[in-house]
Write a protein that binds this ligand. Structure first.
Ligand code: ME8
Length: 510
């Protein structure tokens, strides 16, 4: 693997239903991390896609009275479109119904079989179609109406059928040893503890094929069976980068699989076990983020409260949604979505703090310097504090990104915005233009440089807002090399600053 490469993935989403705010959340978070790594000169591979096999999808197609393949082809479109609506910078979109993916899945199956990791037996137990997961007897509860429920709240059914098993039980100690040797494998820490204690409790062999339906990847040499959808799905992370062709090595092992907390076990237990059993390297890190509710309630179709990201974007704009989702809750924690909190963030953080800073600085330059500044003449200690702040900030946010502390990235950028606003208040350039125009020019010049830095640091989070800010001062991120970004004298002083238009419109609900 190339040391300068960075491979990040979203989960692949089931196409049984349309995408909602939860899917948008994971995808946006990954996009932000991918964009930051690209800015940092890493050869980045950002992967997303759709999970198109399994009983849940087959049943959804039946419900819609459609041929299953036609159904997945149709449903896939809305997920692909969402990548455009969210301005995702994904390099590839994987679909598990494609031939390359089936080939990779069957290849892994063959290796697992050759490595004596698979045996044929009979599965008897509980299965949840909604979770596409098996559950132990002691995990099942019965509700008032007598329905059997998984811990996730979804209904389970009793399954008895011939099945191939993966010898997961053999991997318990090896997994615990692996977690021990790779302390960064699972994040955040709370999830890691949960996974470790689950594995310590003992692992049963895992049923990895089904015979009672056919919508899946055929098991090599036994066409009666299709592969368990989770084995098939996890392999997308390899099939998408060319596996089994050795070109996959350019990006494998993946640097980061971002998932919701609902699917941490599949990624942190099954996936490394499958890979180690196939003598492949596990990914470097799995990060599980929290769960969004809508105005305090679980988001679900039956409650009719599914949030369509397209509608929010139409009403509030894409970059504000991207900002809100990452700022509102610490990445890893659960969050509650409400339009009121979104409006509050737009009014306070975006319009008041960021928008106001840009507006007042650019307005003074436009009004008093005919839109043009000269090179800085003199810099004092106080100026220096602000002038040198962005360089320190870059180090801090790089560390935040490494730990997926996306909320802290934003918090820290906002500290610079607030320092800049304080500097404007203290140096009062609107007074200086009257008393000492050279000094006013220096102050404003420093501010424009810092605003440019703020815009660059915001580029992964709000790509269009960032471009918009840079354009106002005659810059474009596309034309800035990495060296430019790190140095300070990249301002095109021949550029004329026009009268600025307001970037963030306030909402009047506060
Ligand atoms: O699990 N809050 O697909 P899926 C936050 N196909 N994130 C949410 C969310 C919510 N309310 N709802 C969904 C699958 N998500 C499998 C994955 S990967 C090899 C196979 C996000 O369509 C979150 O990332 O059910 C969650 O893990 C994912 O969507 C589940 O998507």
């Amino acid at each position: 693997m190339n040391n300068n490469s960075f491979f990040i993935t979203t989960p692949i989403y089931y196409v049984n239903d349309s995408p909602h705010i939860g899917h948008a959340y994971t995808s946006i978070a990954c996009d932000v991390i991918a964009r930051f790594n690209r800015l940092n000169n890493k050869t980045t591979m950002f992967l997303t896609g759709t999970d198109e096999h399994g009983l849940k999808i087959e049943q959804a197609a039946k419900k819609n009275k459609m041929d299953t393949k036609k159904f997945v082809d149709q449903m896939n479109v809305s997920f692909k479109e969402l990548t455009k609506t969210l301005n995702l910078s994904n390099d590839f979109f994987v679909r598990t119904t494609e031939a390359y993916h089936k080939k990779a899945s069957q290849h892994i199956w063959d290796i697992l079989k050759k490595n004596n990791q698979i045996y044929l037996d009979k599965y008897k137990g509980w299965y949840s179609v909604s979770d596409e997961a098996y559950f132990n007897e002691d995990e099942i509860t019965t509700d008032k109406s007598g329905k059997k429920l998984a811990p996730t709240g979804s209904e389970v059914q009793w399954v008895e059928e011939e099945s191939y098993f993966f010898k997961l039980s053999e991997w318990q100690d090896k997994l615990l040893d692996f977690y021990d040797k790779n302390p960064k494998f699972i994040g955040p820490e709370s999830r890691k503890n949960e996974v470790v204690s689950f594995v310590k409790n003992g692992l049963n062999d895992l049923s990895i094929s089904r015979t009672t339906f056919s919508w899946g990847v055929e098991v090599p040499d036994d066409k009666k069976h299709v592969m368990y959808v989770w084995l098939d799905a996890l392999i997308n992370y390899l099939s998408a980068i060319g596996y089994p062709d050795k070109k996959y090595k350019k990006f494998w092992p993946a640097d980061l699989h971002v998932v919701g907390k609902d699917i941490i076990r599949f990624h942190a237990i099954y996936w490394p076990a499958f890979l180690l059993a196939a003598k492949l390297e596990p990914p470097k890190r799995i990060f599980a983020h929290g769960w969004w509710t809508n105005e305090g309630k679980k988001i679900s179709k039956s409650l009719g409260n599914v949030i369509d990201p397209n509608e929010i974007i139409k009403e509030f704009g894409l970059d504000t949604l991207r900002f809100f989702l990452l700022k509102e809750v610490p990445f890893g924690n659960d969050g509650d979505f409400s339009k009121n909190s979104l409006q509050r963030r737009i009014n306070n953080d975006l319009a008041n703090d960021l928008g106001n800073l840009i507006q007042r600085v650019l307005t003074i330059i436009n009004k008093n310097f005919d839109g043009k500044l000269n090179k800085i003449k003199e810099i004092n200690e106080n100026d220096k504090k602000l002038y040198e702040y962005p360089e320190k900030l870059l180090k801090t946010i790089s560390k935040n990104y490494e730990k997926q502390e996306l909320h802290k990235v934003i918090e820290n950028i906002w500290k610079l915005i607030s320092e800049s606003n304080k500097y404007v208040d203290e140096s009062a350039p609107w007074e200086l233009v009257k008393s000492n125009k050279d000094r006013a020019g220096d102050v404003l010049n420093i501010l424009v440089v810092v605003i440019a830095k703020i815009a660059i640091y915001l580029a992964p989070i709000m790509p269009s807002v960032s471009e918009n800010i840079l354009k106002k001062i005659g810059l474009s991120i596309k034309n800035l090399s990495n060296e430019d970004i790190l140095k300070y004298d990249f301002l095109d002083l021949s550029y004329k600053i026009e009268k600025p238009k307001i970037i963030f419109q306030k909402f009047d609900n506060d």
